[in-house]
Design a protein around this ligand. Structure first.
Ligand code: AMP
Ligand code: MG
Length: 477
């Protein structure tokens, strides 16, 4: 067993204004929690070596592997619409980058690894709850087929930190992603009128994520398309990001920053979970509109490098942004058509889908279980007034036509049986804090195959009982 990282550190090769060199701060007593074996192998790492004391020390930030160039990345961002000229990695360091066995390039980042020059008043740490939440949800998103940052490992620090008025066990998450470049990274340089850095960042991003793009306008187009698709996929699994600030909007079209995120249980479009989102800015149904707003900030940041003709550039960028709505609608229809088992497009599909969603909202039907049950002829049980569903189903059957079993096969393949339900995440966290990691482990394992029936895990399909409903999720600090 050898722990060797074949680093290929490209971000650290950018000029100094892109980051602050920063080593993780060692912790008292690194303890292993979980290593993601499959992902380790994709990264060309030996998973067993990551589980040795040496591996745990690396994952806790106590040992810096050879050829690492640890840095905290600089970025800015709009948080809940308010501008912050400097955010940056306040509790994370990018250890280095590797070339995966799948041909992709990956950042390996420690999150919760101690203060950095970007920490402001924060302690640079994370507690076990948000670390397990991010591990569970990001890996579930991956298994659902939705672009996302991933979790390579979680380790305990053996230190207590203070959150929500009390001591909590500290932890470090190893986050892996094709990059950590955010809309806020572009905003950081644009706001400083640093056109040269902006140009470098644009070229770096194109090389990393969109090699076919030929310049900033093309980059904008590519990011708009990627995000239209991403948000439609979120909608399809009932995902609410919860904190869609521009610093949490990834230019590669990945889901990033699992703070107060949650999945819908019963369907209601206005659902919000985040305790800090009092106005419902990031509610389920607002996510596409908010994404356009975030992309408008991205476009604004790019204008200075879109050529001499400012008015022309603004006009072109505006046209691209206006294209988001149609792209999102098309992606949304693709996702929801499949959810009801349709393999082709017909006029009236959107109305048919909308009628079902309205029924689900009126009758507080469980989003995940209702769609999945359409595949097994048991969906009417999900509705308080099954007769209302029966009327919809009659029309749906007409639309589906003769090949009902083919439609049902599409439904079962497209609609997960398992999502990371908030009450289960909370229960897994509570158990882990008390020293029992088995519920966390089980959740991770079941969610690795969200489309498989897994009869032994039927309890994880159940929506929360009234006393299990989690009213709010808190920011991952
Ligand atoms: P987030 O809400 O996780 O997207 O973080 C927003 C900003 O706050 C980022 O710049 C983070 O690095 C920073 N931040 C969040 N939590 C902490 C913490 N405990 N210590 C230092 N910085 C933090
Ligand atoms: Mg963030």
């Amino acid at each position: 067993m050898t722990l060797r990282f074949e680093f290929d550190n490209q971000y650290a090769a950018l000029p100094e204004q892109f980051y602050a060199p920063q080593r993780p701060t060692p912790v008292n007593a690194p303890t292993p929690i979980r290593v993601n074996h499959d992902l380790a192998i994709t990264l060309g790492l030996d998973p067993d070596a990551l589980e040795t004391p040496e591996g745990t020390a690396v994952l806790a930030g106590n040992k810096i592997p050879e050829n690492a160039t640890p840095i905290a990345q600089a970025y800015a961002g709009h948080q809940f619409g308010g501008w912050s000229p400097q955010l940056g990695d306040g509790r994370a360091v990018l250890l280095g980058e590797v070339n995966g066995t799948d041909g992709q390039h990956y950042d390996i980042q420690l999150k919760g690894s101690g203060p950095t020059p970007f920490s402001r008043n924060g302690d640079g740490r994370a507690w076990l709850g948000p670390v397990l939440r991010e591990y569970i949800v990001s890996e579930a998103m991956f298994a659902l087929g939705i672009p996302t940052t991933r979790a390579l490992a979680a380790v305990g620090t053996g230190e207590m930190i203070y959150r929500d008025g009390g001591p909590k066990p500290g932890a470090v998450l190893t986050r892996v992603a094709q990059s950590h470049i955010r809309v806020g990274t572009f905003q950081y340089f644009s706001a400083r009128n640093d056109g040269a850095s902006l140009r470098q960042l644009s070229e770096f991003t194109i090389r990393r994520h969109y090699p076919e793009a030929s310049g900033p306008l093309d980059l904008l187009k590519a990011v708009v398309s990627a995000q239209a698709k991403l948000v439609a996929q979120w909608m399809g699994v009932g995902f609410i990001h919860g904190v869609m600030n521009t610093d949490n909007t990834h230019v590669g079209g990945l889901t990033i920053d699992y703070g107060p995120c949650a999945f819908l249980d019963n369907y209601h479009p206005a659902t919000v979970y985040s305790s800090i989102d009092r106005g419902g800015r990031y509610a389920y149904q607002n996510q596409a509109d908010i994404m356009v707003w975030n992309l408008a900030q991205f476009a604004t940041a790019l204008i200075p490098i879109m050529g001499e003709d400012k008015d022309g550039a603004i006009e072109e960028a505006t046209d691209v942004l206006h294209g988001f709505a149609d792209q999102f609608k098309a992606e949304w229809l693709t996702v929801f058509r499949r959810k009801i088992g349709l393999r082709d497009a017909m006029d009236g599909d959107e109305a048919l889908i909308a009628r079902l969603l309205t029924l689900m909202a009126q009758q507080q039907a469980d989003f995940t279980n209702s769609f999945r049950a359409l595949g097994t002829d048991t969906a009417r049980d999900q509705f308080i007034d099954p007769a209302a569903f029966d009327a919809w189903e009659a029309d749906w059957r007409i639309r589906v036509g003769s090949d009902l079993s083919a439609a049902r096969a599409v439904i079962v393949a497209q609609n997960p049986a398992f999502i990371p339900r908030n009450h289960r995440i909370e229960q897994a966290i509570d158990s882990a804090v008390a020293g029992d990691f088995l519920p966390f482990e089980r959740l991770v394992q079941v969610l690795a195959q969200p489309y498989a029936d897994q009869p032994d895990a039927a309890d994880l399909k159940r929506p929360p009982a009234p006393n299990e409903v989690v009213q709010a999720t808190f920011c991952g600090t």
